[in-house]
Ligand binder design. Structure first.
Ligand SMILES: [Zn+2]
Length: 156
């Protein structure tokens, strides 16, 4: 399976969603962190990785470098991705989500996002700064099909 954000041979990245619950539960502080990252990198898109525990809760957010440095697309730096992945594994967590920002369009996967989405088991979170009030939504992207997933923001 092609995976644009992994270097060749990194098929060791087997993501698993062990929770029976669907959707993402995100503490307010992680929401704030993603939006802050998006605003800081604007007008370029930002990107990062979310680690989750076995219950489907996000437990850690990692900023990553968008090696495209572009307002229109993103690509997680593969070396950072490997380093983050190893940290997540080392903690016994799971790589649960990938977030990126849309600085001038809706919080919905672009055709490029869909075409390049290589991780069917991960949640793709997209933060939009198009409107004054930021919007964050979560999706699964499986073989070209986008499905929106419930995103619950919970107070810390
Ligand atoms: Zn996008």
């Amino acid at each position: 399976m092609p995976c644009y954000s992994c270097p060749a041979g990194m098929t060791i990245l087997r993501l698993s969603i062990s929770s029976g619950r669907s959707g993402v539960e995100l503490a307010r502080s992680f929401y704030d962190e993603i939006i802050a990252h998006a605003r800081q990198d604007a007008p370029d898109e930002c990107c990062g990785i979310l680690a989750g525990d076995g219950d489907g809760r996000i437990v850690r957010s990692y900023r990553a470098t968008n090696i495209e440095h572009s307002p229109y697309r993103y690509n997680v730096d593969p070396r950072e991705l490997l380093r983050i992945y190893n940290q997540i594994e080392g903690q016994g967590w799971e790589l649960r989500g990938i977030y990126h920002s849309h600085t001038s369009t809706e919080a919905y996967p672009s055709p490029t996002d869909v075409r390049l989405a290589g991780w069917p088991d991960a949640y793709y979170l997209i933060a939009s700064l198009k409107d004054p009030e930021p919007v964050l939504r979560a999706f699964r992207i499986t073989e070209g099909t986008v499905s929106e997933e419930p995103l619950r923001i919970v107070e810390d």
